[in-house]
Design a protein around this ligand. Structure first.
Ligand SMILES: NC(=O)N[C@@H](CC(=O)O)C(=O)O
Ligand SMILES: [Zn+2]
Ligand SMILES: [Zn+2]
Length: 342
């Protein structure tokens, strides 16, 4: 196959940041994706409809002239989020979900939830108005090994949560383990997003000839057997699994340091990376549904009608994209790619 034309995809998990970073990264997303679920982990986080309205306006203002893009906003759940905020969010029309970060689990999560049970009144409101809950599904307990934090989260928190709120629609974000795949398959009213890094790389990428900070994201890359399970889920044609890049820009200097930030920047070439992952298991015929159908179906939004074409062309991922002094290093910088957006 030399060309692949699919309906335009959407990105169901994206970090756009704010200010200069927002302006630097947004054009890459707009080139590929019609819509994106925008993460609320700014400093300070997007906690209210008022915050989300202002942030959405800043995103709209940063869309390049003549391009179309629809940011779908989220609220950052805290111990103090009120059920009334959920009702207001539902009324806004453009807030599509609420994001749960365990306090301290990942980048800018200091204001996250300290105990998930504290939010039960909010979950009740969400279940009532059918507002999806997006989970960064990792425990933060220091006695739990970083490679086990997703599985332990499912056992300790997600299974009980689903028992308390069986109809609350949940997305387990950026899944990294076969345990997560199994759980999502077994439960109802739940879906999962998959990132390009977790489909293409295993934890060896972190240690290839030395320490590789640009492969460090959370949840951390896992063993090959987990990558295989994720790839199988993504290409299986099951609508519970859809595209969410988790593109998470950090400057080069904030990653190449003694305590580097977590996050991989993939907005530059996300769709091309997914195409490569799907082709590696002869499943390019499943790419369109994963990238363009199952996400809008879950969020009860119309599928996109525009199309996008990829062609079989080799090219090399550039070393960095410009931002401030140090730039942002894209996922797989220097890598030879095999698919290119026309
Ligand atoms: N995935 C990451 O490693 N980092 C994300 C936060 C997140 O999605 O957990 C970020 O905001 O940088
Ligand atoms: Zn996360
Ligand atoms: Zn993320």
């Amino acid at each position: 196959m030399q060309h692949l034309t699919i309906s335009q995809p959407d990105d169901w998990h994206l970090h756009l940041r704010d200010g200069a970073t927002l302006k630097a990264v947004l054009p890459y997303t707009v080139r590929q994706f019609a819509r994106a679920i925008v993460m609320p982990n700014l400093k300070p986080p997007i906690r209210s409809v008022t915050d989300a309205t202002a942030y959405r306006d800043r995103i709209l203002a940063a869309i390049p002239e003549g391009e179309q893009f629809e940011p779908l906003m989220t609220l950052y759940l805290t111990d103090n989020t009120s059920p009334d905020e959920i009702f207001r969010a539902k009324e806004s029309q453009f807030i599509k979900a609420v994001k749960y970060y365990p306090a301290g689990a990942t980048t800018n999560s200091d204001s996250g939830v300290t105990d998930i049970r504290k939010c039960d009144r909010v979950f009740e409101a969400m279940q009532e108005v059918d507002m999806p809950l997006l989970l960064h599904g990792e425990v933060t307990d220091h006695d739990v090994d970083p490679f086990d934090r997703e599985k332990v989260f499912i056992d300790r928190h997600l299974i009980p949560l689903k028992q308390r709120f069986p109809n609350l629609r949940v997305v387990l974000e950026h899944i990294t383990t076969s345990d997560a795949v199994q759980y999502v398959l077994s439960a109802s009213a739940i879906a999962a997003t998959l990132t390009p890094q977790h489909l293409l790389f295993n934890r060896q990428a972190l240690f290839q000839g030395g320490l590789r900070p640009h492969f460090y994201c959370l949840p951390i890359l896992k063993r090959e057997e987990h990558r295989q399970a994720l790839l199988q889920a993504a290409t299986s044609g099951n609508p519970k699994f859809f595209l969410g890049t988790d593109s998470a820009p950090h400057t080069r200097t904030s990653k190449e340091t003694s305590c580097g930030c977590a996050g991989c920047f993939s907005a530059l070439h996300a769709l091309e990376l997914y195409a490569e992952a799907f082709e590696s298991v002869q499943a390019l015929d499943q790419l369109e549904a994963f990238a363009s159908f199952y996400g809008p179906d879950f969020y009860q939004l119309p599928r996109n009608t525009k199309q996008i074409t990829l062609s079989k062309t080799t090219w090399r991922v550039r070393d960095q994209v410009p931002l401030l002094e140090s730039g942002i290093v894209p996922l797989g910088a220097g890598r030879e790619m095999t698919w290119h957006i026309v």
